[in-house]
Ligand binder design. Structure first.
Ligand SMILES: *[C@@H]1O[C@H](CO)[C@@H](O)[C@H](O)[C@H]1NC(C)=O
Ligand SMILES: *[C@@H]1O[C@H](CO)[C@@H](O)[C@H](O)[C@H]1NC(C)=O
Ligand SMILES: *[C@@H]1O[C@H](CO)[C@@H](O)[C@H](O)[C@H]1NC(C)=O
Ligand SMILES: *[C@@H]1O[C@H](CO)[C@@H](O)[C@H](O)[C@H]1NC(C)=O
Ligand SMILES: *[C@@H]1O[C@H](CO)[C@@H](O)[C@H](O)[C@H]1NC(C)=O
Length: 497
């Protein structure tokens, strides 16, 4: 008797623990997600930023604290959690200046990825926007070109100036809003190198144009910088149950820009993954689910690129698909889905698998009584690295700095003619910036796709033929900021020109 009363509780708890969790079902998983939890997590993330100078940019204490916080949220009995450390080289400007006729400009910025150095030469005006070779007069040879911002990329202006024989380039702003301009890489413009350049403010630029007129003035551009290597990390959590040879990955990025707390961008994706990962522990899955929290998206998708360019081929072959969750709570949102089959926007990335993922998301929104629209599948987000190694991808995006059209306002409500997220990359991207109705819908779209594919990948093109596995592009231990990989932000005029 005594023996059995003692043994009983032990036995009962063993039995309970041994009872297999039910196989995941979309509607059951979705029902376990609550707005109140999303809001609570957003507040926690916001408080992390506020404790750390208002930012969670990679390399800052706010980002490391974000990683610790994510790890603290993930149930370790259900997931294998690892941190993937990697180095990034960042540019630190030592001196950036533009001096014309002995007067130094006050509002000057260096071009990211411009050359390092000093150049002194007469400065001359270039008419129009300097987007055509014909804009550059013969007189520009051996001189510094002064060009207005607008109509084309900074890289093109620089390449055309250099091709015309200019030894330097000063671009002046066409807006009062300051900008950290970026050049991209010379090969994009068929030149071997850029000329030394700097970016100055609108008022000073306008005054210089008038002062120089059809003549020239002595000028000096200094753009001096050095590189510093900084450590950061991705956080990766994989379910212990489910087939470890057929893995569904889900990604969001953990860093904000320097300018703000980044609660929509991309706290929202980070938070939705935490809540879905927690809810999933009540179920079992047939295919393993791997949540990836990428670092350094804001510097050119570096976290996801590091992961996909350093993964062993045999490991890459186990990944069925990559789902990408972007700004899931934009205040003036639209529900857009990557056009994986390329039926609306022609795309070199379109594939059968990516088309099937798109269809899964379209079906979710229909079932949830909502509308969705396709968005360009252009590789300008963290799914890019996966596509590069032949892994199909898809996901949902609710809009960044792009402007909502009349048609979109009819479909989704909100304000036409206004940005989807007017706080994009700013200090006001805080807890009040989120639309929590859109947020819960976004989190549910994540739960739905993970539940469906966690149950079954029947009909999905997997395993992939070995020939489809593209060679990896190993970049060594240190990642360089990649200006070519902008984020998907709609028609991002600010980034382009
Ligand atoms: C906040 O910024 C100051 C000044 O840049 C710096 O000294 C300090 O270390 C920063 N603190 C945190 C927590 O990032
Ligand atoms: C990062 O760089 C440091 C210093 O160069 C080096 O000691 C360290 O091993 C690197 N870490 C990784 C993960 O590459
Ligand atoms: C660079 O060269 C390629 C191939 O000739 C051409 O298609 C492309 O338009 C050129 N780009 C620029 C910016 O001149
Ligand atoms: C840039 O030039 C300065 C001055 O010549 C030099 O000290 C510095 O090391 C250079 N930076 C890089 C990244 O080469
Ligand atoms: C949010 O995170 C996703 C997944 O990493 C990424 O693809 C996307 O670009 C991010 N969104 C923004 C606007 O930064």
């Amino acid at each position: 008797m005594k023996v059995s009363t003692l043994a009983l509780p032990f036995l009962a708890s063993t039995l309970v623990a041994a009872a297999p969790a039910p196989l995941v079902e979309s509607n059951k998983l979705r029902r376990m997600l609550y707005r109140s939890n999303l809001k609570a997590r957003a507040t926690e993330l916001y408080n992390i930023a506020m404790r750390n100078n208002g930012t969670r940019a990679w390399g800052t204490p706010g980002h490391w604290e974000t990683l610790d916080w994510i790890e603290s949220q993930i149930p370790k009995d259900y997931y294998n959690v690892e941190r993937q450390y990697f180095n990034i080289s960042r540019t630190i400007y030592d001196e950036v200046s533009v001096t014309v006729d002995g007067i130094a400009a006050t509002e000057v910025n260096g071009f990211t990825n411009g050359p390092n150095g000093t150049i002194s030469a007469p400065i001359v005006n270039v008419p129009n926007f300097g987007c055509e070779a014909a804009d550059y007069p013969a007189a520009v040879a051996g001189k510094i070109a002064l060009v207005h911002r607008g109509n084309c990329n900074f890289g093109l202006k620089n390449a055309l100036a250099g091709t015309a024989g200019a030894v330097g380039l000063v671009v002046w702003n066409n807006d009062v809003q300051p900008l950290q301009p970026t050049l991209g890489t010379p090969d994009l413009y068929n030149v071997t190198e850029f000329v030394i350049s700097a970016f100055i403010g609108q008022a000073e630029g306008q005054a210089l144009v008038t002062k120089i007129g059809g003549s020239s003035l002595p000028a000096t551009i200094k753009s001096l910088f050095h590189y510093e290597v900084d450590l950061t990390a991705n956080v990766i959590a994989t379910t212990k149950n489910g087939n470890q040879n057929s893995i569904i990955t889900s990604g969001a990025h953990t860093d904000s820009v320097k300018a703000g707390p980044g609660i929509n961008d991309n706290g929202s994706g980070t938070i939705a993954q935490i809540e879905v990962a927690k809810a999933l522990t009540k179920f079992s899955v047939n295919n393993a689910i791997r949540f990836c929290w990428w670092a350094a998206e804001e510097d050119g998708l570096l976290g996801s690129e590091y992961y996909t360019s350093h993964i062993a081929e045999a490991e890459a072959a186990k990944i069925v698909m990559n789902l990408n969750f972007d700004m899931l709570a934009s205040p003036n949102y639209l529900y857009s889905i990557y056009d994986g089959d390329g039926s609306t926007f022609e795309s070199p990335y379109a594939s059968t698998g990516s088309g099937m993922i798109e269809k899964t998301f379209i079906d979710f929104f229909v079932e949830d009584g909502k509308t969705s629209v396709p968005t360009e599948f252009d590789g300008r987000s963290d799914y890019d690295g996966f596509l590069q190694i032949g892994i199909p991808a898809g996901g949902v995006f609710m809009g960044a700095e792009g402007i909502k059209t009349e048609e979109e306002a009819t479909l989704f409500g909100g304000k036409a003619g206004q940005p989807y997220d007017s706080c994009y990359h700013q200090a006001c991207d805080d807890i009040k910036n989120l639309d929590y109705g859109a947020f819960i819908t976004g989190a549910k779209s994540m739960a739905d796709s993970l539940a469906k594919y966690g149950r079954s990948i029947e009909g999905f093109p997997f395993p992939r033929p070995a020939a489809k596995l593209k060679p990896r592009r190993l970049e060594g231990a240190t990642m360089l900021p990649n200006p070519k990989k902008g984020k998907h932000g709609g028609c991002s005029k600010k980034l382009e020109a």
